[in-house]
Ligand binder design. Sequence first.
Ligand code: FE2
Length: 427
Amino acid sequence: MIDLLVKNAVLADGRKVDIACVGGKIADVSPSITAEARETIDAKGYLVSPPFIDAHFHMDATLSLGMPRYNQSGTLLEGIRLWGELKPILTHEAVIERAMRYCDLAVSQGLLAIRTHVDVCDDRLLCVEALIEVRKHIKPYIDLQLVAFPQDGFYRDPHAKKNLLRALDLGVDVVGGIPHGERTMADGARSMTELCEIAAERGLLVDIHCDESDDPWSRHVEALVYETQRLGLQGRVVGSHLTSMHSMDNYYASKLIGLMAEARLHATPNPLINITLQGRHDTYPKRRGMTRVPELRAAGINVSFGHDCVMDPWYPLGQGDMLEAASMGIHVGLMTSPEQMAWAVDAVTVNPAKAMHLEGYGLEKGCNADFVVLQAKNPVEALRLKANRLKVVKRGRVIAETPERVAALHLDGRPGTVNGADYAPKV
Ligand code: FE2
């Protein structure tokens, strides 16, 4: 017997299908499935997408906006200082409470896998212990990966190395770093060597906050790809942010992108936050805060868009909507061709699944029965509308739903209702 049957679904490639779920897996994806099911959903010709994924987040800081004060300059550096003021007054319970509330919001948005960095520059490892507990609580509905992140610098903070290793021993999944936060360029490069060696020894993935700076000479990604090659970590390493590439000399960037492709580095820019953090030292013109996404794509590099922050010392807005991150990505990256806009939805679904090495992700037979019914006719329309999440399904069970959004219109001689999804182009 089918546990859950979705009728009249449309997939990203335009196929009209039904989807049958059995035992938490997708058992069949076919044009017409008639077998009996315990529960049936009518997708009414709307798009069914695999769940959204956020490949770059900071769950230990989320929903702390205004504590203990607001970021007045809007810069990365004031955000880091502000977080430093907040850290000593955090409690285990409060971090868990905020993270759990964020995860409720995430589920309502169909965001079912998150890679979060967790600050290890704290001798108590309070955030690490809290998020390990959160990971356990939410396991039935969100895949949470934790990255050991030395926010104050792997060398610059005298206890960071010891605490990062302790965090990994406690079960943190991924090795993080912040080379542009070290005291010197040389220390930044050296941190890439040591952190990649730790990952290679322990068989772990790597995700580095790399060159989140407007300084075109911030070139630590060069050291990161060198170590990736030297240690055989190809395909296992993510360069996050990479904003300095925006400001680099074109000739150097063209060499660098080739090296990144060779090392099969994954790239995770975070357009929502970096369009507000970067360019703050500029007068006019003010630089855009994003790495060279079209060029990275053209070189075959797997690019995902992360959300990074929601209502915290670095970013005051956000609601866990990965379509908002993707939408900002195409705006900042000047990527508005139909192909580029459709790709932007991949950048918050299938691409981060690859970067995070998630198993069983997708809408083919045999994949986990995890997906979202969106109130949109195709991926570009989902992006345009920041589409309503009608149903969120995890392992074949509906875990969140939102009513179809249709406005009543009270105008003489005009239709009685408006549904944004009806405005899809006919071509
Ligand atoms: Fe970040």
